[in-house]
Design a protein around this ligand. Structure first.
Ligand SMILES: [Zn+2]
Ligand SMILES: [Zn+2]
Length: 402
């Protein structure tokens, strides 16, 4: 694990730089100022990164010039936040020198928040849009949920299509607002030559078309669902359906009003999406009928076994969860344990609480990684962030440099 210490008096700078480095696998600690006589342990820390704007050059040189022990790790003067991503790449010596090979499966995050969109300065790093994940897999474009994140996804798809017709599969976990509210603003649905299939695991929603029509009723929105020029095809599917060559399995998660998780079987392994799921209500699946609730934990482990990527509800901490019993969401500690026990390769903490700030999500990532380290698992953990992209390559193939 690479460790860095960040120095800045600017809280926003620290949060963004921390998040940028955390997402590249660094372990990061932050301090506001350089403390006289204090030196990081070179065995523990590999870089000291200083905010050029908030730490005066004079203060830095006098700190560096202080007496023994001499500083033994590199001091890096970091640029402003607009350069944070490029800086983090350069720091790792991973500036792209070769073009990345096309990957058969790419997962992109467009909305990562639960419950309600939360724009604002405290959430600008991880993002405030509600649930929407794009999976480009084996030639198909699969969209998981239509929260407000589907609006920017629509713009991106239109730009990438450059006038060609789009063929899209939109899979809905359930119809709570944070999973459907972006659909009326999804521009590809307004283009007659596009094909939009909206699909749900029928056991969780028997009237999907009606619910989607209602949200576009004239009381709420000026365009009716039936007037969308692409004429979306709404489908209630069984627990197995396919999106081109990608087989999909739907299964119950534990959430009020019923909700589905989906397992996508791609050519390079499985990607599992469980946006809303309460893992640990005194060991009971309170939101499910008795026959489906039995052995929920064992069934989740079997479903998730060996997944390449698991995107899972991590709305609360265990401390918070005690006052949220029955609300249908998980404590991130339970999510990490389930994923670790299931041998998941890469866990993405998802459906961030509307109250969770960027700085708090950074802390969640640290705490989650500490659990993984303590258990001795090799699983990678990140927090979902708008704009984040995961490329999957066949197992055993070395991934090209980032
Ligand atoms: Zn939700
Ligand atoms: Zn919900």
């Amino acid at each position: 694990m690479k460790n860095a210490i960040l120095v800045s008096a600017d809280k926003h700078w620290r949060t963004v730089m921390e998040g940028t480095l955390l997402s590249r696998g660094w372990q990061v600690a932050s301090v506001e100022t350089l403390v006289e006589g204090e030196r990081p342990d070179p065995v523990e820390v590999q870089a000291l990164i200083i905010d050029a704007a908030s730490v005066a050059r004079g203060a830095l040189s006098s700190w560096l010039a202080e007496g023994a022990p001499k500083l033994e790790i590199p001091v890096v003067i970091a640029p402003g936040l607009t350069e944070a991503e490029r800086f983090a790449d350069a720091l790792e010596g991973q500036m792209r020198t070769v073009e990345k090979e096309a990957s058969p499966v790419v997962v992109r995050f467009w909305g990562v928040r639960g419950s309600i969109p939360t724009p604002g300065p405290a959430t600008s790093f991880y993002g405030g849009n509600t649930s929407c994940v794009e999976v480009e897999a084996d030639g198909e474009t699969i969209i998981l949920d239509a929260g407000s994140g589907i609006r920017p996804l629509g713009l991106s798809l239109m730009a990438r299509a450059a006038g060609k017709p789009l063929n899209l599969h939109l899979i809905i976990s359930h119809t709570h607002w944070d999973h459907i509210q972006g659909l009326p603003f999804f521009i590809p649905a307004y283009i007659p030559t596009n094909h939009l299939r909206v699909v749900v695991y029928s056991e969780v929603r028997h009237d999907l078309a009606h619910v989607l029509e209602m949200q576009m009723d004239s009381a709420y929105f000026p365009v009716a669902m039936k007037d969308l020029p692409s004429h979306p095809e709404v489908e209630e599917a069984g627990d197995h359906f396919s999106c081109g060559p990608v087989e999909v399995e739907g299964f119950f998660s534990n959430h009020p009003g019923l909700c589905a998780g989906y397992k996508l079987l791609t050519s390079v392994g499985t990607v599992v999406y469980v946006s809303d799921n309460e893992l640990n209500f005194k060991g009971q699946a309170i939101h499910l009928a008795a026959e489906t609730a039995d052995h929920m934990h064992e069934r989740f482990i079997a479903t998730l076994k060996g997944a390449r990527v698991l995107i899972h509800d991590a709305q609360y901490t265990r401390a918070e969860y005690n006052s949220k019993l029955g609300w249908g969401h998980s404590a991130f500690e339970d999510t990490v344990e389930l994923a670790g026990e299931s041998g998941v390769e890469h866990l993405i903490l998802f459906h961030h609480d509307p109250l969770r700030s960027d700085a708090q999500i950074n802390q969640l990532v640290r705490d989650a990684r500490a659990i993984v380290a303590e258990k001795g698992w090799s699983m990678r953990v990140d927090a979902a962030r708008e704009g984040m992209e995961i490329s999957l390559y066949p197992k055993g193939d070395a991934a090209p440099p980032l």
